[in-house]
Design a protein around this ligand. Structure first.
Ligand SMILES: [Zn+2]
Length: 176
């Protein structure tokens, strides 16, 4: 690939990275720190810089698309109608009616740990790639987050072993 196609692919990618960094900064500035019990949860899923994590609760989780594009994407089935939570680096956004859902928090904190391990650009590259193949939510990042939420709800026991393989069967959820 070269020339115009490179630019055409590079621009949306740069916009996505910039959007994540911009949103993360806003969440870190305005969000609340984890409670002691939530810190233990963060530790259990492998978050290293627990003190940096901030959580924002909003009526609707924002997406990096203009409103009309988000509507089209939902109609086409490319995006879930209501996203319950989203993680952007050390910033977590939770939809208000899911704010007390500990399983959801375990899921999102696992994504924080993944951001820490991979960095923003590598996480996004892998997450988006896995969204195409093997497809959401069968990618290794989602499977790890799903395993963490199940493990926490079962008192620390793995009920769904972490298997980063495309064919692993997991239920469809509404998290990112
Ligand atoms: Zn997820």
């Amino acid at each position: 690939m070269n020339g115009l196609l490179d630019v055409a692919l590079l621009l949306p990618w740069c916009c996505a990275v910039a959007w994540v960094c911009w949103r993360q900064r806003a969440i870190l500035a305005n969000g609340v720190a984890l409670l002691p019990d939530q810190c233990k949860l963060a530790q259990s899923v492998g978050v290293r810089d627990i003190g940096r994590v901030r959580v924002v609760v909003t009526p609707q989780v924002p997406v990096p698309l203009p409103a009309f594009a988000a509507r089209l994407a939902r109609r086409a089935g490319w995006m879930r109608p209501a996203i319950a939570g989203m993680t952007l680096g050390h910033g977590i956004v939770l939809r208000a009616d899911c704010a007390d859902d500990r399983r959801l928090l375990a899921h999102e904190l696992t994504h924080v740990a993944q951001y820490e391990r991979l960095g923003v650009t590598r996480f996004l590259r892998q997450y988006l790639r896995e969204g195409v193949w093997p497809g959401y939510p069968r990618g290794s990042l989602e499977i790890e987050a799903k395993a963490a939420e199940n493990r926490d709800s079962m008192g620390g026991q793995d009920v769904i072993p972490y298997m980063p393989i495309p064919s692993a069967k997991t239920r469809f959820d509404s998290q990112v």
